[in-house]
Design a binder for this molecule. Structure first.
Ligand code: RIB
Ligand code: CA
Length: 303
């Protein structure tokens, strides 16, 4: 079994990614750590607890950073809704968050399971950067770090230059992306190419019609309306679920090795810039199997 930690700012697409991870038979999810991003930290934690309980799990949830390293929090409630789950709730978890602070708990997990833990970060990288700052030695014990973030070789989604997770906390992104561990980045460019759901996909998934699939689809409705209004498109891009599908099975994923620098300020704040080199420790996903993504997503909602 693969030992996994999910670091998330739990909103509509994060919730589907968490469901996919919990339903993956190869995953032993040691814990979920929450970070402020799409919504505030309390809401992100509540959403993570609820999603895990909905799947019949009691995964420990450890609350983390309530704001970026050096900036004030800017959420994306305009898209995900006030509660982060498309305002289709209320969704009230029964269990409570654990006492340990996210970065501290990640460090203790890493010390107990050296070079065995894979982390997927599907929100701003504040918690991950805090792990590095607090204990750079333990940070190096991360076996693999999967990151949903950045624009890759495309355009931004929060500004034309930047993707939301890297834009919210560019300082954290720059710290993490300048470490030397194994990092795989699934950015907004491949999300738009391979990780979208159109009406046909939705109709297919709606046939599943169980409590988990209905939750997963209902919380997307607000985002769908946003796409229809802003882009005149009947689709939605699911960044975190695509990243989770790559983590689950990247046998058909193509990567380019690189080094990444982050622009910290100005109109290009949060922009990821690339130097493609075989000596890079970072692999940027450049091609993802859409059929594999849809297959994993569908089977996760059917179980
Ligand atoms: O830009 C997409 C990312 O920002 C996803 O992680 C989504 O949940 C938001 O956090
Ligand atoms: Ca997210």
């Amino acid at each position: 079994m693969r030992k996994i930690i999910i670091d998330t700012d739990t909103a509509t697409d994060d919730a589907i990614a968490i469901i996919m991870a919990l339903k993956c038979k190869d995953f032993n999810v040691l814990g979920i750590t929450t970070v402020a991003g799409n919504v505030n930290i309390v809401q992100a934690s509540s959403n993570a607890l609820y999603t895990s309980e909905l799947c019949g799990f009691k995964i420990p949830v450890y609350q983390g950073a309530s704001s970026p390293l050096k900036r004030k929090l800017e959420t994306s409630k305009f898209f995900h809704g006030k509660d982060g789950l498309g305002d289709t709730g209320p969704y009230k978890p029964k269990s409570k968050i654990r006492k340990s602070y996210a970065a501290d708990r990640i460090i203790s997990f890493l010390k107990k399971n050296p070079n065995e833990i894979e982390i997927i970060a599907i929100g701003p990288l504040t918690n991950i950067a805090e792990v590095y700052k607090k204990d750079p030695k333990s940070f190096k014990l991360i076996k693999n770090l999967y990151i949903m973030g950045g624009i890759g070789e495309g355009k931004g989604n929060i500004t034309e230059f930047a993707e939301f997770n890297f834009w919210v906390d560019p300082d954290a992104a720059d710290i993490v992306l300048n470490t030397t561990i194994n990092i795989k980045v699934i950015a907004w460019d491949v999300t738009q190419l391979y990780g979208f759901l159109n009406q046909e996909n939705f109709a297919e998934l709606q046939k599943i019609n169980n409590k988990i699939s209905n939750f997963a689809l209902n919380i997307q409705r607000r985002g769908l309306k946003y796409y229809q209004k802003k882009y005149k498109e009947n689709k939605i891009d699911l960044a975190d679920p695509l990243a989770m599908a790559v983590m689950i099975d990247d046998s058909e994923t193509l990567y380019k090795k690189c080094k990444i620098k982050i622009i910290l300020d100005g109109e290009k704040r949060g922009r990821d810039t690339y130097k493609f080199t075989d000596s890079g420790n970072i692999k940027l996903a450049t091609q993802v199997s859409r059929s594999n993504f849809l297959k994993i997503l569908k089977s996760s909602l059917e179980k």
